[in-house]
Design a protein around this ligand. Structure first.
Ligand code: KIV
Ligand code: NA
Length: 264
């Protein structure tokens, strides 16, 4: 299993870091067998496997439930679990309590939080001091989709780009071990990646990040019907899954399955 130090060394050595989401036992088993560097139990699980409208509906219990399953499927892989919507904004005490539960009960290696407000920066410092490695997430932060006004590319103008660069330096200063950059121009991601010593892991943030992250179900085209521009699919579970079930149905209807081979 990688350590936080290994991640920094990979950046220094120019070795790309790979991350994929997983939400359950079979997907995390696939990820570990494929030798991924890091698994993210993303709060995207709300949409991807629970059918919610956005990540806003996800609760700490969901993250813990799925995080535990992922850990069982990938016991030897670095696992990051998202802190879900509003679980780290009410008070420092409540944030620490939720972080403790999510980190300790899932036995993860790190937790991830969105944004770089005074509040989340202080939380990053406190969690780091307490021994919980924090990964920051900047750019398009889906938990704020209702404030941002949609899933749009962030940091396109000079002011917002400068703010993102400053925020990246701030999260590093508070102890974040890595930074996820979502949906920002590739030149900006490049600048940020060069300006900080912790690895950047991009999604819709171009080639210059130190690593990349994609959603498992997007990579294998599984259950998703609309893919964002930044996704590349490498498989087609939708077609294969539906075809397999169709063939099964037809063989049962025709009395072709089960044969003696499948019988006792
Ligand atoms: O929840 C998630 O899948 C994420 C990635 C998009 C980085 O946060
Ligand atoms: Na997330």
């Amino acid at each position: 299993m990688l350590s936080t130090l290994d991640l920094k060394k990979m950046k220094q050595n120019g070795q790309k870091i790979t991350m994929v989401t997983a939400y359950d036992y079979p997907s995390s088993k696939h990820a570990e067998e494929a030798a991924i560097d890091m698994i993210l139990v993303g709060d995207s699980l709300g949409m991807v496997v629970l059918g919610y409208q956005s990540t806003v509906e996800v609760k700490p219990e969901d993250m813990i439930h799925h995080g535990k399953a992922v850990k069982r499927g990938a016991p030897n892989t670095f696992i990051v679990v998202d802190m879900p919507f509003m679980s780290y904004h009410v008070s420092l005490e409540e944030s620490l309590r939720n972080a403790r539960a999510i980190f300790q009960e899932t036995n993860a290696q790190s937790i991830k939080i969105e944004g770089a407000t005074e509040e989340t920066l202080h939380l990053t410092k406190r969690l780091t001091e307490a021994g919980i490695p924090v990964i920051s997430h900047l750019g398009l932060t889906p938990q704020s989709v209702n404030v941002l006004g949609g899933f749009k590319v962030q940091g396109k103008d000079k002011n917002t780009a400068e703010k993102l660069l400053e925020d990246a330096k701030k999260v590093e200063k508070q102890g974040a071990i890595a930074l996820v950059l979502e949906c920002i121009p590739k030149e900006l991601a490049h600048m940020i990646t060069e300006a900080i010593d912790i690895p950047t892991i991009g999604i819709g943030a171009g080639i210059h990040c130190d690593g990349q992250v994609l959603v498992y179900h997007d990579i294998v085209n599984y259950g998703v019907d609309r893919l964002p521009k930044f996704v590349k699919t490498y498989g087609d579970f939708n077609t294969q899954g539906i075809e397999a079930i169709k063939t099964y149905i037809s063989e049962v209807k025709q009395g072709v399955f089960p044969t003696d081979d499948h019988s006792f």
